[in-house]
Ligand binder design. Structure first.
Ligand code: ADP
Ligand code: NI
Length: 228
């Protein structure tokens, strides 16, 4: 029995290592906020959060590694490419069908914009909760700020424009279409995340990162207005 588990673990480690290679190769040249290092941070955050949760670590690792394998916003909004790529890759490693289906459900349900969709078919699992928290943590705090401005630059958006007010009740469609300045993204998403965390550990880390963002914004406006 013990030998069987040892064999399983070895096989799982091999699958994780191959997945790391696959993700690194696939995301070469990706936008700075959605590149391999984003995946690596989410992977680490997910493992940290998982320590306090009763979850399947193999699913956590695979889900974290594959969650942005083809983010729809870089594929003309096509949400089917990510799940397809993950499916083909995991099949090529002969991963168990139930595991593959779980990973596909995670990829399809992790994103913030999908949570804005009213009639979305919702999937739920503890593993999704953990990976979603890990991904959301990377959208806030110092890294979150860097990622937001990098994405804004990538899209040629203004940093800030006092005449364009944030719109906090965005639908999925208007969220995707938004061309608003990057500062607005703080009010439209980043500052809302701390209250949307699923796990205790996620909530705790999010609170600290949230305070940092509030301080950052205060400093930003002071400098903008020539007060400091
Ligand atoms: P999801 O992929 O979970 O649906 P998004 O694509 O909206 O979420 O956001 C992923 C990250 O991309 C954000 O946390 C942020 O760093 C960046 N981003 C997305 N949209 C914007 C935007 N309008 N302005 C600035 N950054 C953005
Ligand atoms: Ni992500």
């Amino acid at each position: 029995m013990q030998r069987f588990f040892l064999f399983c673990n070895m096989k799982n480690t091999l699958i994780i290592n191959k997945t790391v290679q696959f993700v690194k190769e696939t995301l070469q040249g990706a936008e700075g906020g959605h590149d391999w290092f984003h995946i690596e941070r989410v992977w680490k955050n997910a493992k940290l959060i998982a320590k306090n949760e009763n979850v399947d670590l193999f699913i956590i690792e695979l889900g974290a590694l594959l969650h942005d394998i083809a983010d729809a916003k870089f594929y003309d909004g096509d949400e089917s490419i990510g799940p397809k790529k993950a499916n083909a890759f995991l099949k090529s490693l002969s991963v168990n069908e139930d595991v593959i289906q779980h990973i596909i459900n995670i990829i399809n349900n992790i994103s913030y914009k999908n949570s804005l969709e009213l009639n979305a078919i919702k999937f739920h699992s503890k593993e999704l909760d953990v990976i979603q928290d890990a991904d959301r943590l990377d959208a806030i705090g110092a890294i979150g700020i860097a990622r937001a401005f990098n994405y804004g630059g990538f899209k040629n958006r203004e940093l800030y424009n006092p005449e364009i007010k944030p719109n906090i009740n965005l639908s999925k469609e208007s969220y995707k279409k938004s061309k608003a300045p990057t500062i607005n993204h703080f009010y439209e998403k980043l500052l809302l995340l701390k209250d949307l965390m699923n796990t205790k550990t996620g909530q705790k880390i999010a609170k600290e990162r949230h305070v940092f963002m509030e301080q950052y914004l205060e400093q930003f406006y002071s400098e903008w207005n020539g007060n400091k």
